[in-house]
Design a protein around this ligand. Structure first.
Ligand code: SAM
Length: 221
């Protein structure tokens, strides 16, 4: 048994995934009002992401169940103690990462979210899952909140916020990624500059597409 498959976390995650799966972002009027081209443009924009994700403040936008399990296994298998996450939302991915830290004997997930109502929901979910003591939620734009006070040896980085910012967030945290650190980028196909960077053989990473729309990379020494 692991924290992930035991109560209270297992039934909590099941409920959160069911709620997330029941709510398509396209059913949200503020998103439905946008044309497909406008949606894609805003999602990939370096300037409109605040407005775009503001329209999505009631949507979980969570990683898939499979990606959640992958995150737990990668964090658990690598013995991670320090994890950074870009994009908390309701905390579904954070719960998986914190569960791995619990089973690794402790540590800290530093996660970032600019939407205050989402921070409150994530906090409440982490309390319900019994994992709040392992998580520091930094409220505000990750370009600022993740720029300071990051521990020197990050074991795992999850990129799941505004897609256009993946290269900037990676660059900001690069110096703190330990050799062998894992980077998981969800929906990485929407961040072509990021993919070009981590797949460049001279970039200091090994990188491969993995599962559905996840890019898994490893920082070389
Ligand atoms: C795809 S969702 C994250 C889902 C979450 N990782 C999960 O699986 O449960 C992306 C989240 O990132 C937040 N976000 C986007 N850009 C951000 C930024 N620059 N700083 C902080 N949060 C950001 C959005 O408000 C949104 O809640």
């Amino acid at each position: 048994m692991t924290t992930l498959t035991e109560s209270p976390l297992a039934p909590l995650l099941n409920r959160l995934f069911e709620e997330a799966e029941a709510m398509s972002p396209l059913a949200i009027p503020e998103i439905a009002a946008l044309s497909r081209e406008e949606r894609e443009r805003m999602m990939r924009s370096k300037t409109d992401y605040l407005e775009f994700y503001g329209r999505l403040k009631n949507a979980a936008l969570a990683v898939s169940r499979e990606t959640g399990l992958l995150l737990y296994m990668l964090a658990r298998g690598s013995g991670a103690r320090t994890i950074v996450e870009f994009g908390t939302s309701f905390g579904i991915s954070t719960l998986h990462l914190a569960a791995a830290l619990r089973d690794n004997g402790g540590g800290r997930v530093i996660t970032s979210e600019f939407e205050p109502s989402k921070v409150a929901r994530a906090r409440s979910n982490l309390e319900a899952g019994g994992l709040a003591d392992l998580v520091e939620i930094r409220e505000g734009d990750a370009l600022k909140t993740l720029a300071l006070d990051i521990p020197p040896r990050v074991d795992l980085l999850l990129l799941d916020g505004a897609k256009a910012l993946y290269p900037d967030i990676l660059r900001m945290l690069e110096g703190q990624l330990r050799p062998g650190a894992l980077i998981v980028a969800d929906n990485a196909d929407d961040s072509p500059d990021y993919l070009a960077r981590v797949r460049d053989p001279r970039s200091g990473y090994l990188s491969t597409p993995f599962a559905e729309d996840v890019e898994l990379s490893m920082r070389l020494g």
